[in-house]
Design a protein around this ligand. Structure first.
Ligand code: ACO
Length: 330
């Protein structure tokens, strides 16, 4: 039995936070943000809108596009660093309940921006082992809830949103997910972290429990370019696939300059590189499925198209995947 990537769906909240809006909040400028990151705007969830609410909206679309009913789903994995609740219940369990599914296996994974690729690798293993048939993987983030809007080094980067995909069992080898690489190096943990609120919290008073993200941006940038490039070079080589045969390179949307550097290292054409960072910013675990949804919506994604996913995030974690799209194009 093989695992196939059968459908995609995404959701973005209505409210838009532009670079000009940020100019009124911190000492920054539209020019600085766009030049350093490629970001123009990002979407921000409503106060009463949770990560699971956004995830459910993306899931409903992915289920419908796969031609399945809710009851066909036998597992939900949610990749998020901004769950509805930090300890329990899992956001995946809440999403399952909101979809009317009370008996499915449901759990969250924590791998920051690499979360969707990690979730994909878990789904692939469950399906290939024969344990599950239709798995919903969701990347959903309300990063605005864990962003410090007084810190200009991070608040200009992040946005909210969700993306979901259905991974199903198939006996058609042409539809099979080819390979997935995942890795981590915790010795770089301090580059990107939410230091408060856990058992490793550096503060011992309740006033300091806000889980705001902190980042050493410049150091992270350099490690990101190196790690992302090495990762895609190695997955292509391991599978004897030329970069030129990749139809869509779908990198984690953190920074245009990082994406450009990796694309150039692989000699990719602009048309191969999927870019959404300008309009969504960095949506961590949601960024890759939101980007895949973007090419689906714009009718650029067709059945059989080879996608190369590539992600990098807090942990540090990284992951890449060679994935033919098994669903039908729009
Ligand atoms: N507006 C204006 N100036 C700023 C801003 C801002 N928003 N932020 C920082 N600056 C200033 C700094 O203070 C510094 O000033 P100084 O030279 O007087 O000290 C100067 O700009 C340069 O700062 P750098 O941090 O060196 O800027 P850099 O070019 O590295 O860009 C950025 C910063 C955009 C954050 C970049 O480093 C980056 O994108 N890093 C990687 C982010 C990433 O990929 N994260 C991983 C995934 S996220 C996740 O896992 C959740």
């Amino acid at each position: 039995m093989y695992a196939a990537f059968c459908s995609i769906g995404a959701y973005v909240p209505e409210k838009i936070l532009t670079n000009s809006d940020l100019e009124t909040m911190v000492d920054t400028s539209d020019e600085w943000i766009y030049k350093r990151t490629g970001i123009k705007e990002r979407h921000i969830a409503a106060d009463n809108e949770t990560t699971s609410d956004m995830g459910v909206n993306a899931c409903r679309i992915a289920i419908e596009r796969a031609g399945l009913s809710h009851n066909d789903i036998d597992m939900i994995i949610c990749a998020t660093i901004s769950p509805d609740y930090f300890c329990m219940p899992s956001t995946a369990a809440i999403i399952a309940d909101k979809l009317g599914l009370q008996k499915v296996t449901a759990f969250d994974i924590s791998a920051a921006c690499t979360g969707f690729v990690y979730a994909l690798s878990i789904a692939k293993a469950f399906i290939e082992s024969g344990m599950k048939k239709n798995i919903l993987i969701v990347g959903a983030e309300k990063l605005s809830a864990i962003t410090d809007y007084t810190d200009r080094g991070t608040c200009i980067l992040f946005g909210d949103g969700a993306g979901a995909a259905i991974i199903s069992a198939t006996d058609n080898k042409e539809h099979a997910i080819i390979d997935i690489h995942t890795g981590s190096d915790g010795s770089y943990a301090d580059l990107l972290m939410s230091p408060n609120g856990g058992s490793g919290s550096i503060h011992d008073t309740l006033e300091h429990t806000a889980c705001f993200m902190q980042m050493k941006g410049n150091e992270t940038f350099k490690v990101a370019v190196r790690t992302l490039t090495n990762d895609v070079v190695s997955i292509l080589a391991d599978n004897s696939i030329e970069a030129s045969t990749v139809k869509h390179f779908v990198p984690h949307q953190a920074n245009y300059r990082i994406i450009k550097a990796v694309g150039d290292a692989l000699n990719l054409d602009e048309a191969q590189v999927v870019l959404t960072v300008e309009k969504y910013g960095n949506t961590s675990g949601a960024s890759i499925p939101m980007a895949i949804n973007d090419i689906y919506e714009s009718r650029r994604l067709q059945q059989g198209d080879l996608m190369l996913l590539d992600a990098f995030g807090g942990g540090l974690t990284w992951g890449s995947a060679l994935v033919p799209f098994a669903g039908k194009g729009k």
